[in-house]
Design a protein around this ligand. Structure first.
Ligand code: 4GT
Length: 265
């Protein structure tokens, strides 16, 4: 996988290429990365990359010629790459989009600054527009890093068996179960006993149960429109029965007289 980032701040990417899994993936030749300085394709003594908007208004717009020059240079280096503009108007980035991008030959990631890029660039030089979320940044660079990071870890061989992407939260739209490491007791807080039991079947069941329940509590939207396995249905039904039993047993005593008379009865 080949990533080429187009930016007026190529220096921003240096520390990013040099750390963690991204750095390891470069050293293992799983990915290649480069940043092209859009200013190298700008004209004149000042190599200006922005100009005032037609029709007036505040802020500056990225001029089309330097962007077009930079995109053409990137295409020459990597002709099969998909040209992506990072913009708050793009389609929302999520794990599915990351998987889709991971199966492409390469990505040319175009980072805007100021108020955005001249519309004619979007029309003629861009294949896809992506947003990393509903908020405004001062430039597309951080969005490009998010995409490189999320896509890189999906490339086969980048994550070893030890930190594989298969068991990821979101890859099957539930959150991950809780994780614990040593010490067994940390500031009076103990690791759940089942994890020390050595009973792998029970541990798997506990993990599935906590991951389902925390998804229900924290991100109910992820569970909607998702088919449940028979084991998942069984786990959720057991929770329902447990809660119903508490309600049933408590209602035998009648409403709590100290609860302020809010209940019927
Ligand atoms: C947000 C996002 C993005 C920006 C996002 C043009 C000038 C866009 C600044 C740039 N803000 N880019 N990609 N949510 N700002 O993805």
């Amino acid at each position: 996988m080949n990533f080429i980032v187009l930016t007026i701040f190529p220096e921003m990417f240096k520390p990013f290429w040099e750390h963690g899994i991204v750095s390891r993936a470069i050293n293992q030749d799983k990915i290649s990365v480069s940043a092209i300085d859009i200013r190298d394709f700008a004209q004149g003594k000042h190599r200006t990359t922005d100009d005032r908007p037609y029709g007036g208004g505040c802020g500056m717009i990225m001029k089309p010629e330097p962007l077009a020059g930079a995109i053409r240079a990137a295409e020459k280096k990597a002709p099969l790459s998909k040209r992506i503009l990072l913009t708050p108007q793009g389609r929302p980035f999520d794990q599915r989009v990351a998987e889709e991008l991971a199966s492409s030959d390469g990505l040319i990631l175009v980072c805007g600054r100021y108020e955005g890029v001249d519309e004619r660039i979007c029309h003629d030089f861009i294949d896809d527009e992506i947003s990393i979320g509903d908020y405004i940044l001062t430039g597309g660079e951080l969005a490009a890093m998010v995409i490189v990071d999320a896509v890189t870890r999906l490339i086969p061989g980048v994550l070893g068996g030890k930190d594989s992407a298969e068991k990821d939260s979101f890859s099957d739209s539930v959150l991950e179960h809780a994780h614990y490491t040593r010490p067994r007791v940390f500031e009076d807080d103990e690791v759940p006993g089942v994890l020390l039991s050595g009973n792998h079947k029970e541990i798997e069941r506990w993990r599935l149960e906590t991951s389902l329940i925390r998804t229900f509590l924290k991100r109910r939207d992820l569970l909607e429109n998702r088919p449940l396995s028979s084991q998942e249905i069984e786990i959720l039904k057991k929770w329902c029965l447990d809660i119903e039993k508490i309600i049933h047993d408590q209602s035998l005593y009648g409403p709590d007289p100290l609860s302020g008379g809010q209940q019927e009865g």
